[in-house]
Design a protein around this ligand. Structure first.
Ligand code: NAP
Ligand code: GDD
Length: 332
């Protein structure tokens, strides 16, 4: 019989890639979605594109325990991938209260409902390299102490601790991925990689001329989301639940990302990118680079997409999108 998985955050970048991956493996995929007030409802599920008719969606919100409880009362699942969160670090400085509420209580609600109704369901928590924050060692691994630098990072440490506590206290199968930054053409436009590739494409077409960014020297370990959702699935297939760092092991600055992305379009980033202090963060995570030796050894996971390939794919897709938009506007 097909395995049944529930994905919270199914409409997001990772949720969409994970859905495709699980469907490809023969899973029955369900998703938890909240209502949002959109002018154009056809845009609600763009990332799920061609697979929307193959998933079953359940209405619920991370802020409401009863809504989550109802979902688990209706259907039994083999695996639950808890990806839903307020995921934008900068936003967590502007509205820390909502970020904490959604990310900490939301995770607690899912765990508590599972314990009550389906303790045998395997649980994945979307932990983050932001938990390392002001890093205590380079590269970061599972044993590196956490020092979060934002309300978002703090909320993820709490979610990670909750997940481990449910594993230890109730012997539930609860695993956390400590995932480093992963991107794709489906990345939200507010994150730096997509902001760079989408604006560079518009600059190429003459639709704009400038890109305002914050700290160009911040360094990140950037991989492809398609590779990272494979690791999530592998974590829930291991005999024992555990925590794993998922990373490429390479680190690059925002400046390098700009140089390559603009270069891909035959542009010099120095002629277009300006630093603007409005995009600086009150406390910055300066350097992230992960050691995923454990995931490679125990799960047999490894990334397939290189940094250059990731940038090329994102730029190519954003150029196509900008050309389509320009065609509609008649602007270029
Ligand atoms: P994303 O694109 O921002 O997606 C977030 C998802 O969470 C969306 O489906 C969103 O649904 C849902 N959500 C947010 N608030 C909700 C609420 N109150 N109730 C129900 N659903 C809610 O994020 P992502 O990049 O796919 O990341 C997935 C997870 O991995 C997140 O937990 C993130 O913090 C974590 N993570 C991401 C990275 C990364 O580099 N991408 C690295 C480490 C960890 P709507 O469509 O309704 O907004
Ligand atoms: N967003 C953004 N916008 N970031 C900028 C900008 C800008 O204009 N200019 C410089 N940056 C820098 C940020 O200060 C940060 O150091 C780096 O670019 C990456 O920022 P984001 O792309 O917003 O990602 P993030 O690293 O803060 O968080 C992402 O990765 C985490 C894993 O480490 C998110 O996906 C989190 O949800 C995830 O947990």
């Amino acid at each position: 019989m097909a395995k049944k998985a529930l994905i919270t955050g199914i409409t997001g970048q990772d949720g969409s890639y994970l859905t495709e991956h699980l469907l490809g493996l023969g899973y029955e995929v369900h998703g938890l979605v909240r209502r949002v007030a959109l002018e154009d409802p056809t845009r609600r599920f763009t990332r799920l594109g061609g697979v929307l008719d193959r998933v079953k969606l359940h209405a619920a919100s991370l802020e409401s325990y009863p809504s989550i409880f109802q979902v688990f009362s209706r259907e039994q699942f083999d695996e639950c991938y808890h990806l839903a969160a307020q995921s934008f670090v900068a936003e967590s400085f502007t509205d820390g209260f909502s970020t904490m509420n959604t990310n900490i209580n939301g995770t607690h609600f899912v765990l508590a409902a599972l314990r009550e109704l389906q303790p045998a369901c395997r649980f994945y928590f979307a932990g983050s390299s932001e938990m390392f924050g002001k890093v205590r060692e380079v590269p970061q691994r599972e044993t590196t102490p956490f020092h979060p630098r934002s309300p978002y990072g703090i909320s993820k440490v709490a979610g990670f601790d909750l997940t481990r506590n449910y594993r230890e206290a109730y012997r539930m199968y609860c695993a956390s991925g400590i995932l480093f930054n992963h991107e794709s053409p489906r990345r939200g436009y507010e994150f730096v990689t997509r902001k760079v590739t989408s604006t560079a494409a518009r600059i190429k077409l003459g639709l704009t001329s400038e890109l305002l960014l914050g700290n160009l020297e911040a360094k990140r370990d950037w991989g492809h989301a398609r590779d990272y959702v494979r690791a999530m699935h592998l974590m829930l297939q291991a005999e024992e639940p555990d925590d794993y760092v998922v990373a490429t092991g390479e680190t690059h600055s925002v400046r390098e990302f700009c140089e390559l992305a603009f270069g891909e379009l035959g542009l010099d980033y120095r002629e277009h990118v300006r630093e603007d202090e409005r995009f600086y963060r009150p406390a910055e995570v300066e350097l992230l680079v992960g050691d995923s030796a454990k995931a490679r050894r125990v799960l047999g996971w490894e990334p397939q997409c290189s940094f250059d390939e990731l940038i090329r794919e994102m730029v190519r897709e954003d150029l196509k999108a900008a050309e389509r938009a320009a065609g509609h506007d008649g602007a270029a």
